[in-house]
Write a protein that binds this ligand. Structure first.
Ligand SMILES: NC(=O)c1ccc[n+]([C@@H]2O[C@H](COP(=O)([O-])OP(=O)(O)OC[C@H]3O[C@@H](n4cnc5c(N)ncnc54)[C@H](O)[C@@H]3O)[C@@H](O)[C@H]2O)c1
Ligand SMILES: [Zn+2]
Ligand SMILES: [Zn+2]
Length: 360
């Protein structure tokens, strides 16, 4: 039996999104049906609407979500109906060459639901294989990760994408450790999560870089020890000055811009780590002297989804949140209804919010 529910659909390139009645099938083998409680608005949703990801319209948007499992397919034992879950967009397969090498966070064959959700009989393309701006959504069972049900859904759901990407950029990809100096370029939801991750890891100095003074204030609230306004000063010089002339041990690029990538490259200390978590456009290029790659040493590391493993990391991070050691609530700038997504895109583009979160 299909369930008729309301969902936010991007019907055509650039056209404002609308709330439509969609059909969500009962879960088949390997699938889970989830009643969505909250879902954050992410740039990636807007990229889908603008045709920047692919042309497979219509899209069912939304992918930073938490909810309760309503039903599972006949072969599914985990999760179980009634579980409080965070949805993830990298459900690892356990069998591809990355998984077999013991590096499942790189899984090259991640799973999504096999049955389509539909609009008037037409298959919808769910954003990042999730589609959670909807009262119910159908995912692969491995995309629904059980966590402690005492967490607020609107905060917990954010771990499903941008906040996990930022936390993981610092904790997992960057391997920030006690006493390290860290510079984070771009203090949106992802960058601020990287700041929070660096604080959790015991970094001694956390330098936040942004063009917007209000964003720098927020980064300070998440644990930045110093701020650099890159619209006023050269951030590379400023970071060197704050680190005894050397540069930071770990620099995290959370903007997705070649100029910022270059700044982050040169703001590192010798043998330091550069983490790229901002997503570039396909036409972006950087032009660096090869001798600087060699001569400066260290590591250059792109970070997919913060190199997270949802089954390992979501429950742990929710426990830290419940213990008051990770402030996920601060990422929730506002809560909005399902029909507020289009206006929320505008506030996101103007930089007025870290995250608007749809509450159902
Ligand atoms: N790697 C991943 O898996 C992953 C996951 C989610 C998001 N992302 C990416 O992370 C990036 C950040 O996402 P977000 O939600 O925080 O975006 P955002 O737009 O909220 O934040 C970007 C911040 O960068 C600042 N900024 C812009 N230009 C700058 C410059 N030249 N120097 C310094 N700061 C500058 C902006 O003022 C803003 O505060 C995006 O590219 C997004 O696509 C990556
Ligand atoms: Zn795999
Ligand atoms: Zn996202």
């Amino acid at each position: 039996m299909a369930h008729e529910v309301r969902g936010v659909v991007a019907a055509a390139k650039g056209r404002p999104v609308t709330v439509e009645t969609i059909e969500v099938p009962d879960p088949g083998p390997g699938e889970a049906l989830v009643t969505v409680q909250a879902c954050g608005v992410c740039h990636t949703d807007l990229h889908y609407r603008e045709g920047g990801i692919n042309d497979e319209f219509p899209f069912l948007l939304g992918h930073e979500a938490a909810g309760v499992v309503e039903a599972v397919g006949p072969d599914v034992t985990d999760p179980a109906p009634g579980d409080f879950v965070i949805l993830n967009w990298r459900a690892v397969c356990g069998e591809c060459r990355a998984c077999r090498r013991g590096r499942p966070w790189y899984c090259f064959a991640t799973a999504n639901a096999t049955q389509p959700m539909t609009l008037d009989g037409r298959p919808l393309s769910p954003a990042l294989g999730i589609g959670a701006f909807a009262e119910k959504t159908l995912v692969a069972a491995g995309q629904a990760t059980k966590v402690d049900a005492r967490a607020r859904p609107e905060a917990a759901g954010l771990l499903g994408c941008g906040v996990m990407a930022g936390l993981g950029a610092a904790l997992l990809t960057g391997e920030v450790g006690p006493g390290d100096s860290v510079a984070v370029f771009g203090c949106g939801g992802v960058g601020d999560a990287a700041v929070a991750g660096a604080r959790l890891a015991g970094a001694a100095r956390i330098i936040a870089v942004d063009l917007d003074a209000a964003k720098l204030d927020l980064a300070t609230a998440f644990g930045a020890t110093d701020t650099v306004n890159a619209s006023e000063v050269d951030p590379v010089e400023a970071i060197r000055a704050l680190t005894g002339g050397h540069g930071a041990d770990v620099c995290i690029e959370a903007v997705g811009h070649p100029e910022v990538m270059e700044q982050a490259f040169y703001a590192r200390d010798l043998a330091g780590t550069l983490v790229q978590v901002g997503v570039p456009n396909p036409d972006m290029r950087i032009d660096l002297a090869m001798i600087d790659f060699f001569g400066r040493g260290g590591r250059l590391k792109p970070s997919w989804y913060g190199d997270c493993l949802p089954t390992r990391d979501f429950p742990l991070l929710i426990d830290l949140y419940l213990q008051g050691r990770l402030d996920l609530d601060r990422f929730v700038s506002e809560t909005i209804p399902l029909d507020g997504v289009e206006e929320a895109f505008g506030r996101m583009e103007r930089g007025e919010v870290l995250r608007s979160v749809v509450v159902l």
